[in-house]
Design a protein. Structure first.
Length: 400
């Protein structure tokens, strides 16, 4: 079960964790995970940083917040530190902040569970189980939750009355691949990426026999998942694409696979004049070489895009920092997750011009991130098995 690293003002040491008390009555009833098993090693700082429970004090400024450009200091609060607030997940993704509900929702894609981090008492509780391998999440301008479901290969919206609306599950009569990340626009549209990463046993279900992700038919997608393909597609038939859904129900291609292979993370600039899209590596069933783990930018012209250019190659000190998800702050800076070796895993921060400003080092690779908290100045980072938090001197640009 997840283990809660209690207290937003301190991180603990490894020893002495087994007897500590979790917040919440249900959490108290759970068996403890041994602290030594739940504490990831750190080879980043000297002396090695300890992430478990206990009373070891934080050191300010945090040694795992790396200032590359002096302007990065304006975005930081010097008397705070990176904190691991929960752990025990399989693969955490898609954090999104509900300003109305004062909670963070996020996905454990492989566990097929959606969780909620409640701000008031800092508990993590199950929110939707099963989640149909939900991946990306967001909140629109009316406060409604949006989710991509890998298992059902669709985009959905949760209404205020508790009902659910299917935003998109097909294009021109053909089933979508596995929508991954999504962002709302003030005009009511929803923009989302549709790579094939969820067409697998671990994060959804593979194709039926003969499909691109199961060409030999060796895998049986319905073992343990008898409803695989009952909702959504059974076989991948579309290229990897970025779509724009219009409130009237029209679904349009805005970025083709030829322009940007394997689209993944997506976000707008604060003024909604630029759309950023991450192109990641070759996905299951891809026939082409896949993306090169870089970030592209496009000019937004109504419901269309123009002027494709590379925003960053995600290379730092000769290390390829594979991107997955990203969000913009109100100054237009891009906060991008980094999947790579220890020391560079975590988050990279770029100016609107593409200049590297700083790095946030985590002891796990980071998939997605978002801004939240009552003032929207808390950076939530979904990093593999854990949820991390950092207080900042900037705010997230978009709802959720």
């Amino acid at each position: 079960m997840p283990m809660h690293d209690r207290g937003l003002s301190r991180r603990g040491i490894i020893a002495g964790a087994a007897g500590a008390t979790l917040l919440g009555h249900s959490a108290r009833a759970q068996n403890r995970t041994d602290a030594a098993q739940a504490t990831p090693p750190s080879v980043i700082t000297t002396p090695a940083r300890q992430w478990g429970r206990g009373a070891a004090p934080d050191i300010y400024p945090d040694p795992d917040i790396i200032v590359v450009d002096p302007t990065f200091k304006q975005l930081l609060l010097g008397i705070t530190a990176i904190r691991r607030v929960w752990t025990g997940f399989k693969w955490a993704e898609g954090p999104a902040w509900s300003s109305e509900g004062q909670y963070l929702v996020f996905s454990d894609v492989q566990a097929n569970i959606q969780y909620r981090y409640i701000w008031d008492d800092q508990r993590v509780t199950k929110f939707r189980d099963p989640s149909w391998n939900s991946n990306g999440n967001a909140f629109d301008f009316q406060g409604r939750q949006l989710s991509t479901e890998d298992f059902n290969r669709r985009v959905v919206r949760w209404e205020h009355d508790g009902t659910m609306t299917v935003i998109a599950d097909q294009f021109e009569g053909k089933a979508l691949n596995s929508p991954n990340d999504l962002v709302p626009h003030p005009d009511g549209s929803i923009w989302f990426t549709d790579p094939p990463y969820g067409d697998t046993l671990s994060e959804g279900h593979p194709d039926d026999a003969g499909g691109p992700t199961n060409t030999a038919g060796t895998l049986n997608p319905r073992i343990g998942a008898p409803n695989a393909g009952v909702i959504g597609g059974r076989t991948r038939v579309l290229p990897n694409t970025v779509y724009r859904w219009d409130p009237v129900g029209q679904l349009d291609v805005v970025i083709t696979e030829d322009q940007l292979p394997d689209p993944n993370g997506i976000c707008f600039s604060p003024d909604y004049k630029i759309l950023y899209v991450i192109s990641t590596g070759r996905g299951p069933g891809d026939q082409g070489p896949g993306g090169k783990s870089v970030v592209f930018a496009f000019d937004v012209q109504g419901g269309k895009l123009a002027n494709l250019r590379q925003f960053t190659d995600m290379m730092v000190d000769g290390v390829k920092c594979g991107p997955d998800g990203m969000r913009a702050d109100v100054f237009g800076n891009l906060w991008i997750s980094s999947n790579t070796v220890l020391g560079y895993a975590g988050v990279l921060v770029f100016s609107p011009e593409g200049k590297l400003l700083g790095r946030i080092r985590l002891p796990e690779v980071c998939a997605n991130l978002t801004f939240g908290g009552p003032k929207r100045n808390m950076l939530f980072m979904c990093a593999s098995q854990s949820l991390y938090l950092l207080q900042l001197q900037t705010q997230g640009a978009a709802p959720g």
